[in-house]
Design a protein. Structure first.
Length: 183
């Protein structure tokens, strides 16, 4: 799916997509650059869209890793099924079903491109709470956002939250790296 097709799909479902263009390679690098490649990891992706972050993750993840992607848009789910990689599992349901699929403290990274600012407060809180539940003590929740609307929510939910900014995206974006700080 090229950027034009993503744009058309985004216009059809603007509230759930929350973007007009896919994340740029520079933004993706900021988002996932801290994930190590030298050991098997359990990684969850929330809101993969047509898979630009998914593919970048599969490029860097250790061969023994798993990547589970939660996506609610059926057009995007079909695109994700085209990716042939035994490490990838696509789940066509909302990110607030995370704990139905993962035990507590079993996930190393949750990588999210969810349009947090467009998601109902109660659903958003459920997603964040479930992410906390499934993350290992050393795990991290990684998220980008076009403005800092949810910085407060993330600060309240995680012990450590760092924010970086990149101009190299349309629009420019903030990248949060959040950890439970239990180690
Ligand atoms: C901004 S797009 C991100 C697409 C791609 N990952 C990127 O970074 O360019 C947000 C994606 O989140 C998906 N989404 C929105 N709400 C969701 C939810 N509750 N659970 C799972 N996916 C959701 C949308 O369908 C859309 O594909």
């Amino acid at each position: 799916m090229n950027n034009w097709n993503f744009f058309r799909e985004a216009l059809k479902n603007f509230r759930s997509t929350g973007a007009i263009a896919r994340a740029s390679p520079a933004l993706i690098k900021h988002l996932i650059g801290s994930i190590p490649s030298d050991r098997p990891l359990t990684v969850v992706e929330l809101g993969p869209g047509e898979g630009c972050v998914t593919r970048a993750l599969l490029d860097i993840l250790h061969p023994g890793s798993t990547l589970t992607a939660f996506e609610i848009n059926h057009t995007f789910v079909q695109r994700l099924h085209i990716i042939q990689d035994p490490r990838l599992r696509v789940i066509a349901s909302g990110a607030d079903r995370l704990t139905e699929h993962f035990a507590p403290a079993s996930v190393d990274y949750v990588v999210s491109s969810l349009p947090l600012s467009m998601i109902d407060q109660s659903v958003k809180q459920r997603i964040i709470r479930q992410s906390q539940d499934v993350l290992t003590p050393a795990g991290a929740f990684l998220q980008y956002q076009y403005a800092l609307q949810d910085y407060g929510l993330l600060k309240d939910s995680f012990s450590n939250v760092s924010v970086r900014f990149t101009l190299a995206n349309l629009p420019p974006a903030f990248v949060y790296s959040c950890s439970l700080g239990m180690l």
